[in-house]
Design a protein around this ligand. Sequence first.
Ligand code: GDP
Length: 140
Amino acid sequence: MTAERTLSIIKPDATRRHLTGAINALLEKAGLRIIAQKRLRLSRQQAEDFYAVHKDRPFYQDLVAFMTSGPVVVQVLEAADAVALNRRIMGATNPAEADEGTIRKTFAESIEANSVHGSDSPENAGQEIAFFFSDDEIDG
Ligand code: GDP
């Protein structure tokens, strides 16, 4: 099966609690290869653009404020079926509804501060990877 790529973000609630290594260990244990990774602080404009699909939702401004409240780690993950596999390992958006052993069940603080982002379709994965990475930053 051909490898697929997805975009992952370790969110500010997780970097603040020094959980980057613990989350990466769960990703790698699940068979997701971390083929690109960088830590950065999102600008307000970047956060607004990245979450533009949610701009009419009531939580949009809070989400932008949260995502710019501290550093994030953006990463490209690769595996067969990487998008679905990562979504499974992440768990439900609301950690109260996430399965045992998932990243969000284990680490998330709330429905907003839920530790990780993962692309929700291969199409969006392509766009989200290009949002943060140029081709020469990704070494498959
Ligand atoms: P995801 O694909 O599981 O990350 O979920 P969504 O695409 O629906 O939402 C994007 C992000 O917005 C989530 O990961 C949360 O950080 C945040 N979010 C989603 N729903 C809510 C909500 O009801 N309230 C708040 N405050 N934040 C939310």
